[in-house]
Write a protein that binds this ligand. Sequence first.
Ligand code: FCB
Length: 441
Amino acid sequence: MPQATYHFPRGFLWGTATAAHQVEGNNTNNQWWKWEQDGHTNGTSGLACDWWGGRWREDFDRAVEGRQNAHRLSVEWSRIQPTPDTWDEDALERYRSMLRGLHERGITPMVTLHHFTDPLWLYERDGWETEDVVPAFEKFVRKTVDALKEYCTLWCTINEPNIYATYGYIVGDFPARHRGWKAAMTVMVNMFRGHAAAYRAIHEIQKEARVGYALHYRPMVAHNKWSPLDNLTRSIQYSGVNLAFPSAISTGIMKWPLGNVRVPEAKGTQDFLGLNYYSVDTVKFDITNYKEVFGRRYYPENSDLSDTKFIANIPEGIFDSIKWAVRTYPDLPIIITENGVEDVNDHLRPRYLAQHVHQMWRAVNFNWPVKGYFHWSLVDNFEWERGWTQRFGLWALDEKTQKRTKRPSADLYAEMCKENGLSSEMVQKYCPEVFDKLFPV
Ligand code: FCB
């Protein structure tokens, strides 16, 4: 039986990712809380993982036990700025303690400044649909970065602007004041302006800052590669979902199916690309699905699917995503800011994790500048409109009792983090079913 270890470069970041609303609990002052109370989600976030009540300490201890050297978390705008004219210094102090807590545990933080939630006061003024949000976001970013700069140099301005805009303004699963393609486009453009303003503000405040955003990159293939209609809808969906932000950062022009918008101030505003990769979609032409420009996305029948069929295990997709990133931005550092799978019994997760890390290793071996990997997530947490029906944690959470239980994947990941690589022994121990794929004779 072959024996080998796929090693990563020294200094590689190995961590997990979380988001404020999903773990803190009692985030009552943002649009998601309201959306939950109005009955649009599968359960409500409630106490979540009770990080605001202090349980971040025990979870950060779990990250240490899991040999992680980095953690990506987000701050909650509605806590820091509860009304347009007030700052909550206690909230900022609490985030300072959390970041200090990471440092004390030898964990490098990455802070996301916007992860899907908006303060209610902003939302009631139509949030990202109006240009006023740009100076408002910049003001919040300045205040927050100034308060946290002692503990963080790695910043992610906005998480998945493409998902925020499409799930809210087109699909309708996320809260949005008005729906439609036009609103979605305006939101994307304003998020892009907000990102650019934040990028400049952070660099003004902190010279050594490295600033990027997290792109949900979704590879897509046509259902029938010989069908012009499948190819057309695939390419419209692909560019709509994936390319708006990246092409705008390269050219200063945001391209979308509805037309182009010039945002020259945003050109070149990234020091790294954050990639969130989960799966690959197959796209088929469907005349009835006008909302998604006549394309229907699905996973092929024989896919290796997660519990609720939300994710298909397609590890080559992470390699293709990194390859796309390198071709789009040669030499720009890449960080995998999210990757993971919902799997309550941990049947699929060990192989999902090992296979994705293996594909990331292939990319690193082309000398492509992948600098770190953040697994989604440390502990089960509140999954937006899907609520508690999906379990992404290395640790299971019983949200009623707050009891955490370690899943085997937590041990597998700990071994990878410790080794700075993936070995044949690990695969043999945790997911022997893919041994031949990862270590062929
Ligand atoms: C991503 C989100 C993250 C989490 C994972 C499963 O799209 O950024 O908050 O919900 O999906």
